[in-house]
Write a protein that binds this ligand. Structure first.
Ligand code: GLY
Length: 384
């Protein structure tokens, strides 16, 4: 006897991203409408920093939406779970803590999760949403430039382990993303710079004109110039979703979003997260462009322009002295692009394009990673 389980699927995971300054009313409107269509208990997941500054008002707005949607009947439950801010919280232990809170509050399949915070929060809340009761919907309300530039868009969710960052997780798309540039005002300089590292990555990867715009305007982000912040948020989204829409599951093309992350992720871990993600990516961008110069993918002028833009963004371009460079070389092998025990990198081609190594059978599975020997990687790391 043999059964065939026929599960051919057509999935529509499309969603809207709303970008603007102070979007709480938009969130309220969106929630009221969706709760009227379907009642769901709401769990807001946030970190201690965001909660201290914005938590009370945010929960109030969500509760108002719940009451408005109930129209005299019992409003749905709204609770907030808070975990300590920082990359070190992106663990299975914290995920379990959040899940236990949801269970304690009696949440089941009729749950809606709202991630309120930066990249760690959106990665964590998305992962909780993807596995709680075998998957419940979630919304991202992104409060940092890093989340706006990368984490809140594209559906990658995960936690870190000792062995490697983002090793355990899933691709699970949000139902809606809000990117509130007004909340960038309360970010520390290092966090603004961190978000700019992912922004510069996007420009290096896909948009020469945007790179030029950043050269002219990047300092204005530190003054929170609203036009510049808005433009940057929009450009980041556009560049990222144009990749994700073609290759959601990272068959090939999506690997270009990993530009600078091969060395970057390794430095972040070897530094025991004393370097922020964006700071580590900045050094990683320098590693790939210097390697690219060696291989002939870009000129010394390109290297100089990228280095000077990273410096304008107040980002490190050299490996801090206290980092053990040999430990760093070993750590490179935990990168997700490693194949058959060999290191692979993605490279920018000049400024605004990526090097494609093989066309693939469709736009999604084209090959953008190429092998680099350990000795070559070591020689670049020794230069930085
Ligand atoms: N952060 C890289 C990606 O979303 O693929």
């Amino acid at each position: 006897m043999k059964f065939h389980v026929n599960l051919v699927k057509t999935v529509d995971d499309s969603y809207d991203i709303e970008i603007g300054s102070n979007l709480l009313n938009n969130l309220k409107e969106y929630l009221t409408e969706s709760l009227q269509q379907q009642k769901r208990n709401i769990a807001i997941i946030t970190d201690s920093n965001v909660h201290t500054i914005y938590g009370k008002n945010f929960e109030k707005i969500v509760k108002e939406a719940a009451i408005q949607a109930a129209a005299g009947e019992n409003a749905v439950k709204v609770n907030t779970v808070v975990f300590p801010a920082g990359e070190k919280s992106k663990t299975r232990k914290i995920k379990e803590y959040i899940e236990d809170k949801l269970i304690e509050w009696g949440y089941r399949r009729d749950t809606l999760i709202i991630a309120h915070g930066g990249g760690v929060v959106t990665d964590m809340a998305g992962f909780v949403a993807g596995t709680f009761a075998r998957g419940v919907p979630f919304i991202n309300y992104a409060t940092t430039l890093l989340a706006a530039a990368d984490a809140s868009v594209g559906g990658k969710t995960a936690v870190d382990t000792e062995a490697a960052t983002n090793l355990i997780g899933l691709i699970y798309q949000p139902k809606k993303v809000f990117i509130d540039t007004a909340t960038w005002k309360t970010l520390e300089q290092r966090d603004v710079s961190g978000g700019l590292a992912e922004t510069i990555k996007h420009a290096c990867m896909a948009d020469k004109e945007f790179f030029g715009y950043l050269e002219e305007n990047i300092e204005k982000v530190f003054d929170m110039d609203s036009q510049v912040c808005k433009h940057i948020a929009e450009k980041n989204c556009e560049i990222k979703y144009n990749v994700v829409m073609i290759d959601e599951k990272e068959q090939g093309l999506r690997e270009i979003l990993n530009l600078g992350h091969t060395v970057g992720r390794a430095i972040e871990t070897v530094s025991d997260y004393t370097l922020y993600h964006g700071e580590a990516v900045s050094i990683g961008i320098m590693a790939q462009i210097k390697l690219g110069r060696k291989f002939g993918y870009c000129t010394q002028d390109d290297v100089n322009r990228v280095e000077s833009l990273l410096e304008k963004a107040k980002l490190p371009v050299k490996i801090p002295q206290e980092i053990d460079k040999e430990a760093l070389v070993k750590k490179l092998y935990t990168d997700k692009k490693v194949r058959g025990g060999k290191l692979r990198f993605v490279f920018q081609k000049g400024i605004g394009q990526m090097v494609q190594f093989a066309p693939g059978t469709n736009a999604a599975n084209a090959v953008y990673s190429n092998f680099v020997s350990e000795d070559t990687a070591r020689s670049i790391i020794s230069e930085l």
